[in-house]
Design a protein around this ligand. Structure first.
Ligand code: GDP
Ligand code: IMO
Ligand code: MG
Length: 423
């Protein structure tokens, strides 16, 4: 059976965790293919709150969850996440499989990233400082350590001592920062290996076998397509590709296995960290949406920047992912406004454009063009069918569908699992 892929249609935090949680009910396997614990997905089941950074949210439904080769893994963070889930009564180890090819995030990655962000000052990217960029740098430079490298103690000691010697030179001589102790790191990694050894395997083979056996496989994208290393607002992006296309390289399966591609977008827009954001609103307006929308980073706790819905952005991410449908989240948050602006196009250098420019210089000269839609000024969090929504809310959803050119398959009206409308 062809797999389903869930991807972020904006700059992250669209509510992917919620949509994966909904679709996971029918899935046999839930699989992550890129990124690391820079991701933060929140799921509320009744009054119980779960925050995920590495483990797919499918673990809540007792599904087999896979961390694929395209990911970068901080095993200390994985252990913390596993412990928090176990404390909440969710078993993890029996339902977890980790790719032996996934790269490791090690302490020097985090130290180097923080030192560099500090050095950049007001020119910093505003990363999550979880070591993501430096770990992907090492992967591409072919000096990274992979999960499978933890298997052989002698080989691990040899590789670790060579790389730590090199990283300590940079930490000390470039950044005047404290060095990493290779012996302590070796001990910590060996103990993590003992804990996770039984879950480590060739996950490419595992996922392919599941697909060929007709199992329902769900791929969970992290971040948002506008943070893609190639197609996002470079350099204000993350260091992996969150698009549906990255599933194949990140897992090790061919593109013909992908079926439905579901994009997730908020009924407005948010962004964390630095970088361009054409429809960003003034702080006065943002403040009114931040609390009801839960707009504080799941990973870093930072207040998210907020803007109106930007159809130019979502058209671009729909095209990059070849979306079959769009899940629209956070519609309830807009219930407080009498009028809701939606950006349909930009004016750039005197011309109207419906395309998001790749060039940030050109983007800076773009003025969003808004259409104002009537608000519904009521609480819609109890709606469970599309017809339960007030006319103005239905019209808002249909207008976004038309502007983006992709059918809307889900509308979310609150943070809880049951606050969902399936179209
Ligand atoms: P993800 O990274 O895409 O999974 O999204 P996050 O979990 O980081 O951020 C989404 C935030 O919005 C979380 O705090 C969710 O609890 C919350 N949320 C998700 N969907 C809705 C919704 O439809 N309405 C409201 N009000 N909150 C939502
Ligand atoms: P989820 O999966 C929102 C942003 C960071 C920063 C930039 C680079 O929860 O949607 P990085 O640490 O990745 O090198 O930081 O990317 N960023 C996210 N923003 N949600 C995310 O994940 C993000 N992952 C990375 O804020 O601007
Ligand atoms: Mg998030």
């Amino acid at each position: 059976m062809p797999a389903t892929v869930v991807v972020g249609g904006q700059w992250g935090d669209e509510g992917k965790g919620r949509i994966v949680d909904l679709l996971a009910e029918e899935a046999d396997l839930v699989v992550r293919y890129q990124g690391g614990n820079n991701a933060g997905h929140t799921v509320w089941v009744g009054d119980q709150h779960f925050a995920f950074h590495l483990i797919p949210t499918g673990i809540l439904r007792g599904k087999l969850c896979v961390l694929g080769a395209g990911m970068v893994l901080d095993l200390e963070v994985l252990l913390d996440e596993e412990t928090a889930l176990a404390d909440a009564g969710v078993p993890v180890l029996t339902n977890l499989r980790i790719s032996e090819n996934a790269h490791l995030i090690l302490p020097y990655h985090k130290l180097l990233e923080s030192a560099e962000e500090e050095r950049l000052g007001d020119k910093a990217i505003g990363t999550t400082r979880r070591g993501i960029g430096p770990a992907y740098e090492d992967k591409m430079a072919r000096r990274g350590l992979r999960v499978g490298d933890l298997r052989d103690p002698d080989m691990l000691a040899e590789k670790l001592s060579a790389v730590v010697e090199y990283k300590n030179l940079i930490l000390q001589r470039v950044y005047d920062a404290r060095p990493v102790d290779a012996i302590n790191l070796y001990e910590a990694l060996r103990s993590l290996w003992d804990h996770y050894a039984d879950t480590v395997c060739d996950t490419g083979r595992l996922v392919l076998d599941a697909l060929e056996a007709g199992k329902n496989v769900l791929f969970e994208g992290a971040h948002g397509t506008m943070l893609d290393i190639d197609w996002g607002t470079y350099p204000y992006v993350t260091s992996s590709s969150p698009t549906a296309g990255a599933v194949c390289s990140g897992i090790g399966v061919g593109p013909k296995h992908l079926g439905r591609i579901v994009g997730v977008a908020k009924a407005y827009t948010t962004r964390v960290g630095a970088g361009p954001f054409p429809t960003e609103v003034e702080e006065e307006v943002a403040k009114r949406m931040r609390e009801p929308g839960g707009e504080f980073g799941t990973t870093t706790g930072r207040a998210r920047r907020i803007g109106w819905f930007d159809a130019v952005v979502v058209r671009k991410t729909a095209r990059l992912n070849d979306l079959d449908s769009l899940a629209l989240t956070h519609l309830d948050v807009l219930g407080q406004f009498a009028e809701i602006p939606v950006c349909a196009s930009y004016i750039c250098d005197g011309e109207e454009t419906r395309e998001f420019p790749n060039d940030l210089g050109k983007l800076a000269r773009c003025q969003p063009q808004y259409t104002s839609l009537p608000g519904w000024q009521s609480d819609i969090s109890g709606a469970r069918k599309f017809s339960d929504l007030p006319d103005a809310a239905q019209r808002y959803v249909r207008t976004i569908e038309e502007l983006v050119g992709v059918p809307i398959s889900h509308v979310l009206v609150g943070r809880r699992r049951d606050q969902s409308i399936i179209l």
